[in-house]
Design a protein around this ligand. Structure first.
Ligand code: NAD
Ligand code: ZN
Length: 360
């Protein structure tokens, strides 16, 4: 058996208001006056002086606002990298991603592609990156995906939705300031929060489970239950705890794997552009056969917060479209092996997946 030797985020700040330290943290990393810091900021913060006034620009530092209407594509990364290369005389001193999972993944991918040739699509997979990324910092503004701690940058490419999984992907620095999440809309809070809940269930119920993953998964799960089923938390406590749940959920899957909901939701998002958090919820509505308790508790959480989950998203799809989703889902072999076991191919057939997708 070969054990994973996985990299961790080496530096992390946690606390309400810690975002104020951004400038102080990154300044020593400036290589010279011609090597800018590039800030990738979710465009929801455009004109938001509460947040933006705390980003200090010097020399040729630049802010790029990122639309998160769609999840990041390999073509978005390639375009942005080309623009950065053409705009500046030198390699940037660092990339700072400020936003949710979409922007964090873009920041990771851009920092890798500034030092690796070709298209980002060539690096979708496991351990294909050759050169270390440039310095990159993650500042989450919504909690749940675990993208702040993970070893992957998930991108939709011409052929598949798959992460750039590599030892160079994790951030060099993360700033966890729960106050930044205070204006997240309720539905989005639930969807992205459920991503964390689903990470916990898929990790804890998976065949890859081990004591390492279990210790993080159990903590994240108990935080999720407190957050989504409890009544005692102040808003501030809830923001703090959601941020830690996201971190622990991400740590849990770092040493195990996700499962059925993720495999199927990747299919939905590849074909229909359905975003990750809500996609997981759409799938979770229908997979009680695999995670009976996890799905029952999820439904309690959904009802308590009166969240409407989209229905019939697969109505009117052609056979070809169903087949595309099934191909994407089945290609994620480690997820199925974790969920079902080594002989997963005996039970996870195209017909089984088709019947599930038809219900969604
Ligand atoms: P997101 O980044 O797409 O953001 C969701 C929405 O919330 C957007 O409309 C955004 O503008 C808004 N938002 C973010 N912060 C806000 C704030 N403070 N106030 C108001 N609105 C705010 O959503 P997400 O669920 O965080 O991330 C999903 C993405 O993360 C997907 O692309 C998915 O593939 C990826 N992902 C990555 C990993 C990983 O380990 N790398 C894990 C899971 C998911
Ligand atoms: Zn996820």
């Amino acid at each position: 058996m070969k054990f994973k030797n996985f990299p961790m985020v080496p530096r992390i700040v946690f606390g309400r208001g810690s975002f104020n330290q951004l400038d102080e943290i990154i300044s020593p990393k400036r290589k010279n006056t011609k090597a800018p810091f590039i800030f990738l900021v979710d465009d929801v913060f455009k004109g938001n002086s509460w947040l933006m006034s705390r980003i200090t620009l010097a020399y040729s530092d630049k802010i790029y606002y990122i639309s998160t209407l769609e999840e990041p594509k390999t073509s978005d990364i390639d375009k942005l990298v080309e623009e950065i290369i053409l705009s500046f005389a030198e390699q940037p001193s660092g990339i700072i991603g400020i936003g949710g999972g979409s922007v964090l993944d873009m920041a990771k991918a851009v920092s890798i592609m500034l030092t690796n040739k070709g298209s980002s699509a060539e690096y979708q997979g496991w351990d294909l990156v050759k050169n270390p990324a440039i310095y990159h910092v993650g500042v989450p503004t919504i909690s749940g995906t675990g993208a702040e701690v993970s070893r992957t940058a998930i991108l939709t490419g011409p052929e598949r939705k798959l992460g750039i999984n590599s030892d160079f992907t994790p951030f060099d620095q993360v700033i966890l300031d729960p106050e930044l999440t205070k204006d997240v809309p309720k539905n989005q809070w639930f969807y992205t929060g459920m991503d964390c809940y689903v990470h916990c269930i898929e990790s804890l119920k998976g065949t890859y489970l081990n004591a390492f993953s279990e210790s993080y998964g159990e903590k994240a799960l108990s935080l999720c239950e407190e957050l989504f089923l409890g009544d005692d938390l102040t808003e501030e406590e809830a923001q703090d705890k959601m941020m830690m749940a996201s971190w622990h959920g991400g740590m849990s899957i770092a040493y195990s794997q996700v499962g059925v909901a993720h495999a199927m939701s990747y299919g939905l998002s590849y074909l229909l552009g359905i975003k990750h958090g809500v996609g997981n919820c759409i799938v979770f509505e229908h997979i009680d056969a695999y995670y009976p308790e996890g799905v029952a508790v999820y439904k309690k959480m959904r009802d308590k917060h009166q969240i409407k989950i989209p229905k019939n998203v697969c109505a009117n799809l052609s056979d070809e479209q169903f087949n595309t989703m099934i191909d994407v889902a089945l290609s994620l072999e480690p997820l199925w092996e974790n969920a079902i076991g080594k002989d997963w191919k005996n039970t996870i057939t195209r017909d089984v997946l088709r019947a599930l997708y038809e219900k969604m």
